[in-house]
Design a protein around this ligand. Structure first.
Ligand code: HEC
Ligand code: HEC
Ligand code: HEC
Ligand code: HEC
Ligand code: HEC
Ligand code: HEC
Ligand code: HEC
Ligand code: HEC
Length: 386
């Protein structure tokens, strides 16, 4: 009893120190608490200090939310934390540094840091962990402890399964990627490019497509005796647009060539500004060959298709969630995943064409219709099987 009394007396004398120690204990306990780890990994938490709208510095959460990665469930720490338990914990410590900096540096200093992210903020190796089979396997060999409990998507990524479920190519072996005919391995090896050279700002500040094409054209204007395609060989690079004009390429859907393609209107008949570096035509271009009323036809085509695409993007998220939910319940979902992969492939073709159906309205509409029907069938079948 005496020792207790002594203890309380000591506490009374050192109440500041004691309060501090108690708070510290709670904080330390909280820090290792899985729930808190989870919570402080969520984009909503990052949003507290990265709150702006649009693109660029401070708008990292908003830009992410509208990016392809955000939509498909790839979250902040899937990129901003290396794979594996150690990588995850390091990222959390980085978060403590963020918090400390938030309290100690000025707004201007923060903006300056965010405007100049270091080259290796997300190294190539990390991107390849998800985007190739070889990169995934070699990282897994290096990192011993992948996960303790389920913390995020990254540590569960196993290729080729992950890629296939997301309908993604292996970028080190496939040469038809994102609608473009492009050999990553050859270009990466021959010219020592990094992902950043072409996909700079991939999530938070994407460059325009014109910038991207200009980057290719620096080499592809002259082929200097190599087999490199030239600027005029549009279809060599633009496979999705070529297929769309011809009415081929989607899985399980027969198509006809687009109206204008069928009437022998070639790429540069519409893309008249290419030589002067203006690649994208507009509604005005239609009036080169048609009367002014065709501007409205263009707008009508584009807005209808655009709305349908936006709708399907939302639907896609629910379908994938339902599939993952069914997997967690250990149901047999193999056939549904296959149907989903097919639908995703077709959906990507329309999105990659990038014209909201202007290249071939009928075909684009037929593809989107089949995507919708696939998505809905999957949802219905998953519900029925209860
Ligand atoms: C308490 C405020 C705060 C929170 C919450 C916060 N950050 Fe930050 N973040 C900052 C500040 C301040 C900086 C700039 C200084 C620095 O590099 O730490 C920063 C910088 C960054 C950088 C750039 C680092 C660099 O070296 O250029 C990344 C990446 C980042 N934060 C990601 C995140 C992620 C992901 C989350 C959520 C899991 C998050 N932040 C939550 C305040 C915060
Ligand atoms: C956790 C796994 C993962 C990591 C890490 C990752 N990605 Fe992705 N990435 C995906 C998924 C999933 C998609 C498909 C999005 C969709 O469904 O359209 C994607 C799509 C893309 C696309 C096509 C869509 C777009 O936004 O243009 C590019 C390009 C891309 N990733 C590049 C990168 C780069 C560069 C890095 C490294 C900085 C990276 N990815 C890191 C999973 C990942
Ligand atoms: C020389 C330029 C260049 C470099 C370097 C480059 N890419 Fe690409 N990447 C492209 C082009 C072109 C496409 C086709 C789609 C497009 O045009 O946006 C593409 C497409 C992709 C896609 C999209 C596939 C899809 O189905 O949507 C992913 C993922 C990707 N790249 C990842 C990477 C990664 C990871 C690295 C680094 C290891 C990298 N890229 C380096 C030019 C490049
Ligand atoms: C697909 C990978 C990927 C995902 C997911 C991702 N980022 Fe990034 N982030 C990057 C890359 C790559 C950079 C380096 C700069 C660049 O190329 O844009 C970066 C840069 C940053 C920076 C530095 C400042 C800037 O604007 O460039 C911050 C802060 C940041 N990210 C926060 C976040 C937050 C918060 C989330 C989640 C809401 C997130 N990131 C999700 C890949 C990703
Ligand atoms: C640094 C110069 C350089 C840049 C930049 C470059 N390429 Fe190439 N590319 C070449 C060379 C050289 C060849 C020819 C290689 C050979 O002899 O087959 C080539 C070949 C190709 C081929 C035909 C071979 C194949 O099957 O892949 C395509 C398609 C191609 N490039 C697309 C692109 C695209 C798209 C971009 C922009 C994202 C790009 N290139 C950027 C130099 C470049
Ligand atoms: C060497 C490969 C290559 C060739 C040849 C090529 N392009 Fe591109 N082009 C690209 C890439 C890569 C992009 C960026 C695509 C993306 O990011 O989705 C692009 C983008 C575009 C865009 C979108 C521009 C914007 O700002 O929205 C148009 C339109 C376009 N190209 C038309 C053409 C036409 C027409 C031709 C033939 C005269 C042609 N391209 C030849 C590689 C090429
Ligand atoms: C009937 C006229 C017409 C023809 C023929 C045509 N295009 Fe287009 N293309 C357009 C218009 C208009 C747009 C812009 C649509 C928009 O902004 O919504 C466009 C957009 C594009 C884009 C940009 C897509 C993106 O991702 O943003 C590319 C690349 C392209 N066309 C390539 C081609 C190729 C390659 C051919 C030949 C195989 C071709 N186009 C034939 C009218 C045409
Ligand atoms: C280079 C000339 C050219 C351009 C530019 C062009 N078209 Fe056409 N278009 C044609 C030809 C040729 C036909 C087929 C002959 C016909 O039936 O009149 C056609 C047919 C059509 C038809 C079906 C028949 C009709 O006359 O109504 C529609 C609809 C159409 N075009 C819409 C458009 C739209 C929208 C654009 C802008 C994206 C556009 N066209 C740009 C040449 C062009």
């Amino acid at each position: 009893m005496a020792s207790f009394k002594q203890f309380f007396a000591w506490c009374k004398r050192h109440y500041l120190l004691v309060t501090f120690l108690v708070v510290l204990c709670i904080a330390v306990f909280g820090f290792v608490n899985i729930q808190i780890l989870h919570m402080t990994s969520e984009p909503e938490f990052c949003h507290l200090c990265h709150p702006a709208q649009g693109f660029g510095p401070l708008a990292e959460v908003d830009s992410w939310e509208h990016s392809a990665h955000g939509e498909s469930g790839v979250s902040c720490l899937d990129c901003h934390g290396r794979p594996g338990v150690v990588g995850y914990m390091k990222a959390k410590l980085g978060g403590l540094k963020d918090t400390y900096m938030q309290l100690t540096i000025s707004k201007e200093e923060k903006l300056e840091i965010l405007k100049n992210p270091p080259e290796d903020l997300v190294p190539d190796e990390h991107c390849l962990f998800c985007h190739s089979d070889e990169g995934n396997a070699s990282y897994r060999k290096k990192v011993k402890l992948m996960k303790v409990v389920r913390m995020r998507m990254l540590d569960d990524v196993r290729n080729p399964e992950f890629r296939q479920k997301k309908g993604l190519p292996d970028i080190l072996t496939d040469t038809f990627v994102g609608g473009t005919h492009f050999d990553h391995s050859m270009h990466l090896e021959s010219f020592e490019f990094t992902c950043r050279d072409c996909h700079f700002g991939v999530v938070h500040n994407p460059k325009t497509k014109t910038d991207r094409m200009n980057m290719c054209v620096t080499c592809h204007k002259e082929n200097e005796g190599s087999d490199a395609p030239l600027l005029a060989d549009c279809q060599t690079c633009h496979q999705a647009q070529y297929d769309m004009n011809k009415g081929v390429g989607a899985k399980g859907i027969d198509g006809e060539p687009g109206i204008m393609w069928a009437a022998e209107t070639g790429c540069t008949d519409c893309h008249t500004g290419v030589e002067s570096g203006i690649y994208r035509p507009s509604a005005e271009t239609c009036t080169n060959c048609h009367d002014d009323g065709y501007v409205e036809i263009f707008d009508e085509w584009a807005s209808e298709t655009k709305a349908e695409i936006a709708d399907l993007r939302e639907l896609r998220i629910s379908v994938e969630e339902a599939l993952n939910e069914a997997d967690r319940k250990k149901r047999d979902t193999k056939a549904y995943w296959q149907q989903y992969e097919k639908a995703l492939y077709n959906f990507r073709m329309v999105r990659n064409d990038g014209t909201n159906g202007v290249h071939n309205r009928e075909y684009a509409a037929a593809i989107l219709k089949s995507v919708r029907s696939d998505f809905q069938q999957i949802l219905t079948k998953l519900e029925q099987a209860w």
